[in-house]
Write a protein that binds this ligand. Sequence first.
Ligand code: ADP
Ligand code: GLC
Length: 477
Amino acid sequence: MKVLHVSAELYPLVKVGGLGDVMGALPQALKALGVDVRVLMPGFPGVLKGIRQEGEAGVIQGIPGVGEARLLKGRTPADIPIYVLDIPAFYDRPGGPYEESGDSHFKFAALAWAAAQLGLHGDNARWKPWIVHSHDWQSGLTPAYLAFGGAPRPATVVNIHNLAYQGIYAGGLLSDLNLPLESFHIDGVEFDGNINFLKAGLSYADRIITVSPTYAMEIQRPQWGWYLEGLLAKRSKDLVGILNGADYEVWSPAHSPHLESHYDPVRLSGKKICKNLLQRELELEENPEAPIFTVISRLAPQKGLDLVLDNVEYLVSLGAQLALLGTGEPALEQGFLKMARAHPNRVAVRVGFDEGLAHRFLAGGDALLMPSRQEPCGLTQIYALRFGTLPLVRRTGGLADTVVDANPASIANNTATGFMFEPESSWVLGETIGRACDLYQQNPRAWAEIQRRGMKQDFSWKASAGHYLDLYKALCA
Ligand code: ADP
Ligand code: GLC
């Protein structure tokens, strides 16, 4: 079974969010199941620096906006074979991988084009995928290029990690992007007169996967369908939600290299040390009795952090502390920074992206706030479970599929793993924060039970990768 994954992120080479984590782990999990899996990525500096290069895999011809470019080959740090599309004019630029530059359509069309060419013709060593599996809008055009690229073609799979990002560009670019006129209609790449990269993938892929069962249902309804609910509902027999996994080699309080003290469900005392060290690092009051609520997140509207901002004063009034690590919307950054200035020993805000600090937040925190309006899967709450940090989440997408609310019934029948609320309301979030503080302060024994149960949950990739493999087998049969 030969499968080519196409992605713009892969931890530790390039990571903006959870897509990086998924691509850092899923190929390894598939390889362990016997799949001959390879990855194709744009030649971002982090990719070229981070791989073990092994020369050239060929030259890709006819790339929209570019002509031809070299395809390099190598190995990721996890020893997965990787192809790298070497177009320095596109990928060797300052700023993040998705920095808008006026030619993003070419930047990512090139990636999809290279994927399609590899799918049709293979590399210079005659390796040719049976399945081309693209991730998110950045590689969304791949199935469209393959649908019009002639036969025989490999099967195609598209993963939706987040339907909110679609890659929409002017309809007039159709021929510049090497898309045929026949693709420009409502069941093709066309979207309100424009070209929609993700829609192209959803229209032409043989199968569509998204990252949790609940999200797979939510996106077939208007509220979270982003105007693609009709298409997704029509394709529902080809659409499946497979829950993401966690890479516990990376995300473990027992051996994370970013921690000075380690712990596991049997020896939880190390977590107390992590908490004290985090309070010291963030210059919070070094009080073991004050529950620390943490946030580790992109500051995007999807994440519902405005609801947290509304509750900072209340949280502080309960004797709790807040530690936030994030970057994104300036208004949210400023709002949280203002709160940190108002409550210097109780609220700490770190604006930026810091992988090591994310581990120390998970280890030192007592609870993780994730009140997302919408969350396709969410990985941070899964990591929080493993770190004995109780996730406090909104009931949506993958959050609903991974956390069990601590209420009298779930505490009594030993199933609680965190806290959950549903209405998109600051008031209800406040109430849930109050509930968490109460349990922390009034019933430490129940809290510790829930911590241990959370730490023992198994969201490793093995099971999820098995579902991917089943889908591949069905496709090839
Ligand atoms: P999303 O992909 O929507 O951002 P996920 O929960 O799936 O959400 O994944 C987020 C990933 O990004 C996690 O690995 C989390 O630790 C990481 N992350 C988010 N913001 C930051 C940050 N400011 N610093 C370090 N890591 C971050
Ligand atoms: C997206 C989603 C997140 C998901 C991640 C990995 O960024 O926002 O919920 O966990 O992709 O699939």
